[in-house]
Ligand binder design. Structure first.
Ligand SMILES: Nc1ncnc2c1ncn2[C@@H]1O[C@H](COP(=O)(O)OP(=O)(O)OP(=O)(O)O)[C@@H](O)[C@H]1O
Ligand SMILES: [Mg+2]
Length: 162
């Protein structure tokens, strides 16, 4: 018997089942540090799954929500589950002082020329996942835009920079 709310269920080829059943039991972190505690919840499980599924097909993902709703911790916990042989992570924190130039510099510092027109991560054979935290922070300029986000939009839409 399924509950009324569709969002409580996940779909796999065998049918619908409750997300609740996928939530792992809590285990204390190995280093015993308070700041590395992550309690698996329905939301962290569900959103980690979505993130990993979308990354696998190279689709960009955006998490939005109020401050303190565990966006950052969910992303980091999902990254920890990914295969480090296949992926490397580039973590960028946007702030009010981030400019499109500084964002472009960070991206360019972390990639190498692979062929005439294509660039890739420095670690050969790996895919790079770019995680931008606090995307809303860059200052809004007099044209009403946030320059680093305009550059990011360009990068996501066209898959290129110049
Ligand atoms: N499932 C959880 N297990 C352990 N700690 C959690 C969990 N969910 C949230 N927290 C704690 O809540 C706090 C806020 O989480 P986080 O920093 O990820 O929020 P955020 O959505 O990124 O907020 P902001 O928009 O301000 O960046 C953190 O200190 C985090 O450790
Ligand atoms: Mg955050």
């Amino acid at each position: 018997m399924l509950p009324a709310n569709l969002y409580d269920n996940y779909y796999d080829p065998k049918g619908l089942d409750l997300w609740e059943k996928k939530v792992a039991t809590y285990e204390a972190p190995a280093d015993r540090k308070f700041q590395s505690i992550l309690v698996p919840t329905l939301d962290t499980t569900r959103y980690s799954w979505l993130l990993n599924s979308l990354l696998a097909i190279k689709k960009p993902v955006m998490f939005c929500g109020d401050s303190g709703t565990a966006k950052t911790v969910t992303v980091f916990s999902a990254f920890r589950q990914l295969d480090s042989e296949k992926f490397i992570f580039l973590n960028v924190n946007f702030s009010s002082r981030t400019s499109s130039k500084s964002f472009q510099d960070i991206v360019e510092e972390n990639i190498d020329k692979k062929t005439l027109k294509s660039y890739g991560p420095k670690a050969a054979g790996k895919k790079m996942v770019l995680f931008i935290d606090d995307l809303n922070m860059p200052v809004i300029d007099k044209y009403g835009t946030q320059a680093p986000n305009a550059l990011l939009k360009f990068l996501v839409e066209r898959n290129q920079l110049y």
